[in-house]
Design a protein around this ligand. Sequence first.
Ligand SMILES: Cc1cc2nc3c(=O)[nH]c(=O)nc-3n(C[C@H](O)[C@H](O)[C@H](O)COP(=O)(O)OP(=O)(O)OC[C@H]3O[C@@H](n4cnc5c(N)ncnc54)[C@H](O)[C@@H]3O)c2cc1C
Length: 392
Amino acid sequence: MTDVDVCIIGGGIQGCGVAQAVAAAGYKTLLIEQTGIAAATSCRSSKLIHGGLRYLESGQFGLVAKSLAERERLIRNAPELVRRVPFYIPIYKDTRRRPWQIVLGLSLYALLGRLQASACYRSVAQREWPQLDGLRQDGLQAVYQYWDAQTDDAELTRAVMYSAMQLGAELRCPARFISARYHNGHYQIGYEQGQMEYGLSSKVLVNAAGPWVKTVHDGLQTRALMPDIDLVQGTHLILKQSAPSGVYYVESPSDRRAVFVMPWYGHTMIGTTETLVQTDPASIIPTEHEIDYLRNIAHYYFPHNDDSVIDRFAGVRVLPKGAKGVFDRPRDTLLFTHSDLPGYLALIGGKLTAYRVTAETVLHLTQKFLMPRKPINNTRVLALGKAPEGLW
Ligand SMILES: Cc1cc2nc3c(=O)[nH]c(=O)nc-3n(C[C@H](O)[C@H](O)[C@H](O)COP(=O)(O)OP(=O)(O)OC[C@H]3O[C@@H](n4cnc5c(N)ncnc54)[C@H](O)[C@@H]3O)c2cc1C
């Protein structure tokens, strides 16, 4: 039976991030992924590496400051994978957020971004508006421009897993976690690969199964209850229109939600939606309602652009159950531990942007269950390049 320090379930950005952090800290690490690296949510996000300007409205200042610091670190450590892009906020007569609110929000964003040059924003001069990628000019009152960043989420996740493997982490993929039982300071873990069942023993077990976090938790057959969660589907469309010069942060005319229109491999991508789902996360697809909703927004703001849909995809957010509407629920990662399950940790929700610092926190929380090891590297400064083509 294989014996490791840390076993991670799930090869999305969170699981790969944890594998990289614990392997860099010198621990014997193994990750189990059922489908493929970045096969689920981590290839279906909005692909933004950002502080999350809109989270300021719901008072999530800690999350914004942390994400802005991580954005800068990723631009520095992974320049091949994360690039700075201009973001534009157009304000019309009927836009709910008024110019003073945008200026206030962007000033706070700059402050939380430590007032670095990249945190600056500006008001775009009226003479420049006609050059803004076909943006509707009728009723336009102001346009603000600031900076955030974009990535290819799947490529970033594969790069993090490759880095983890360079640091010594092992990968079982495709392999499916089935069960775990805590006994004498170890988890006895059962998983399936091919038609065979295997066992391994690990001191720490990290559940990073994204939308399947509850299913994996149920495999522990424990009475320790995980917090209740909601699964919320988010759809994106790829439109035929060539890529805009930056990301447009617009307000849906029908329900005033914030939506992004952004460049994506030579085309225009628009998203996202928030639709509560009850079905198996593996089977979700964009609904007709979501497609119409997003196309209407694209047409409203870019009336002369080609809004033919050439591709579409839907991902699933994991959000804590709560009284608030899904748009206003907290977006930070919830790290669940329980005294009945020493050395077990489940990651609930969270942002692609903050994966590294989340993994660092997971390491700190689980290290007390492990023998001291000599660190090999530190993910704060470790350079991250693309994984070789065709690896997964
Ligand atoms: C629509 C949408 C837009 C988003 N946009 C952004 C954004 O622009 N910027 C940002 O920072 N964040 C964004 N996010 C958040 C971000 O994408 C997610 O937080 C992140 O991708 C979640 O990664 P994960 O590793 O937790 O889950 P996943 O990527 O879903 O990975 C979980 C993995 O666990 C595996 N697994 C499950 N069960 C088992 C099992 N039994 N055995 C083995 N493996 C198993 C699955 O196959 C899967 O690969 C967005 C999220 C959504 C849904």
